[in-house]
Design a protein around this ligand. Structure first.
Ligand SMILES: Cc1cc2nc3c(=O)[nH]c(=O)nc-3n(C[C@H](O)[C@H](O)[C@H](O)COP(=O)(O)OP(=O)(O)OC[C@H]3O[C@@H](n4cnc5c(N)ncnc54)[C@H](O)[C@@H]3O)c2cc1C
Ligand SMILES: NC(=O)c1ccc[n+]([C@@H]2O[C@H](COP(=O)([O-])OP(=O)(O)OC[C@H]3O[C@@H](n4cnc5c(N)ncnc54)[C@H](O)[C@@H]3O)[C@@H](O)[C@H]2O)c1
Length: 463
């Protein structure tokens, strides 16, 4: 007899969501997790990163408090105390994940899992010494950071260590990579008063985002004291007797720590899992190729989240390694297997935010992408000083931009750099998903006084 209807490999965002939803529909489910429950997002991603950002952002409020009439002794920052508090909160969350799974009736098995073969129509899976038969297997093993193969790379750290470990506060930090992780780590570390160097290969960070967003965010980070080394590549890392020297194709950079934020792959995670041996294919990044039902070429063997790829499928719009996508895929798969055909995950308008200081957030097409796709576009844009910074006479600026298709007035994309950008863009994602036109933006009543109201009062096109 088959032991479980569904075996889930990986207890991160996607795996947990899939397992719980399947169990809620009465399926017999087991889940293997080799580390702590919660996965990248909870343990070494979204959550610790956002907590670090909250910690760093206080410095900005203390700085302007005096202009608002607050006086008194300057608060002292204790880096170690924040790291301990952060890690305690992560422990609390992983405990909640364990309780939620238990209450849902999912059997959690601790250890490295793999598919070791077939048992008739079922899969034979192994976790440590235990073997189970499973009717369906979902691979949700996530990804891992990758570092370039340069001399001395072992002297560098990745986001895993920065967000999971306890370490002394560095005085100087070099962060390589102009993507999400590089900008987020550089932002919160600079916020703590650490001398921060950001090394990026291009002239601007965040390739693929709207150019105005990229430029404005770069300018804000530079104003905040981050040393951005553009068009610069790392060559080697040397130990300078405790510290590090990052040699580049330009000038060398001295720092106490070098962090490589140079992307993530699924390769090492999907290696030796048994999926390829059974016939599943992977892309060059090691992601398992799946169809619109998240099924690999092996019937009954599925993959979701960061370790899956459907970017090769024209029906989908790109690859999104984001927590809400992993969760949505996990739930959609469980619905289809154990309930009824679900609404497909809508990949057309996936909102995204970079939790730098300030935040940058987007939904829909950049101006460049819209033009490249053949749209005749109209651009609306504003830059202004948010009210909070008027009394302190601060340099802070917010940028908002709307990309509109002239032919039918449809809003193709909205982009923002500034305080609360992520919170504001989330609401606008509903509007874009619903097919909003610029006329509907204009007809929407504003909330005053806010920054967000600018999105519904931008009447004059700039291009
Ligand atoms: C620094 C950082 C910050 C991020 N910030 C954000 C953010 O702000 N917002 C956002 O939306 N996304 C963010 N992300 C991305 C997000 O974390 C991932 O997209 C999401 O966690 C993917 O979920 P997943 O279930 O696919 O994989 P994961 O969450 O990585 O889970 C995979 C799990 O599988 C386990 N596992 C692997 N192999 C095995 C095996 N053989 N047997 C048993 N268990 C196994 C792992 O231990 C892990 O727990 C961030 C990522 C990073 C690295
Ligand atoms: N806020 C969020 O939602 C959030 C935050 C963090 C991560 N994530 C997810 O995790 C994924 C991975 O993030 P990431 O920042 O590691 O990857 P990324 O792909 O966003 O950025 C990697 C950066 O490293 C640079 N790079 C790559 N190889 C290099 C090399 N050899 N030398 C110098 N620079 C090099 C790239 O040019 C790029 O700027 C993201 O794509 C995103 O999906 C999301």
């Amino acid at each position: 007899m088959t032991d479980v209807d569904l075996f889930v490999l990986g207890g991160g965002s996607g795996g947990v969501a899939c397992a719980r939803r399947a169990a809620a529909h009465g399926a017999k489910v087991a889940l293997a997790e080799q580390s702590r429950l919660g996965g990248t997002c909870v343990i070494r991603g979204c959550v610790p990163k956002k907590l670090m950002r909250y910690g760093a952002h206080f410095a900005d409020y203390f700085k302007i408090a005096e202009a608002y009439g607050w006086a008194g002794s300057k608060p002292q920052f204790d880096f170690g105390r924040l790291l301990q508090a952060r890690n305690r909160e992560i422990e609390r969350l992983t405990g909640i994940y364990a309780t939620m799974l238990e209450k849902s009736g999912v059997r959690v098995i601790r250890g490295h899992g793999s598919v070791v073969g077939r048992a008739g129509q079922d899969f034979l899976v192994q976790i440590g010494a235990e073997r189970l038969t499973a009717r369906n297997v979902v691979i949700a093993v996530g990804g891992h950071p990758v570092r370039p193969e340069i001399e001395g790379i072992e002297l560098s750290l990745t986001s895993d260590e920065i967000l999971e470990d306890i370490y002394p506060q560095p005085a100087r930090l070099a962060v390589v990579g102009g993507g999400y992780i590089g900008l987020e780590i550089a932002s919160f570390m600079a916020g703590f008063g650490i001398e921060t160097h950001l090394i990026i290969r291009q002239d601007l960070p965040l390739r693929g985002f709207d150019d105005d967003l990229r430029q404005d965010l770069r300018d804000r980070l530079v104003e905040r004291g981050i040393h951005i080394h553009a068009d610069t590549r790392p060559i080697r890392i040397l130990d300078s007797g405790g510290g590090r020297i990052l040699e580049t194709d330009r000038q060398p950079i001295e720092a106490d720590m070098v962090v490589m934020a140079t992307g993530r792959l699924a390769k090492a995670r999907t290696e030796g899992l048994g999926a390829v041996e059974l016939g599943a294919s992977r892309d060059p990044q090691g992601r398992i190729l799946v169809n619109e039902r998240y099924e690999s070429v092996v019937p009954g063997l599925y993959a979701i989240g960061d370790c899956s790829s459907h970017a090769h499928n024209a029906a989908f719009a790109g690859q999104f390694d984001l927590t809400p996508i992993a969760i949505a895929e996990g739930r959609a798969l469980a619905e289809r297997l154990f309930n009824r055909e679900p609404q497909p995950v809508d990949y057309r308008y996936v909102p995204t935010a970079v939790f730098a200081i300030p935040e940058a957030a987007s939904v829909g097409m950049s101006e460049t992408a819209a033009r490249a796709a053949g749209h005749d576009v109209q651009i609306y844009r504003t830059r202004f000083r948010p009210m909070l910074y008027t009394i302190p006479d601060g340099k802070e600026r917010t940028m908002m931009k709307i990309v509109v298709d002239k032919s039918n007035d449809r809003v193709l994309g909205v982009h923002m750099v500034g305080d609360d950008a992520a919170e504001i863009i989330q609401g606008l994602a509903v509007a874009l998903t619903s097919g909003a036109t610029k006329a509907q933006f204009d007809a929407t009543v504003a909330i005053h006084p806010t920054a967000a109201e600018e999105f519904v009062t931008l009447y004059q096109p700039v291009g």
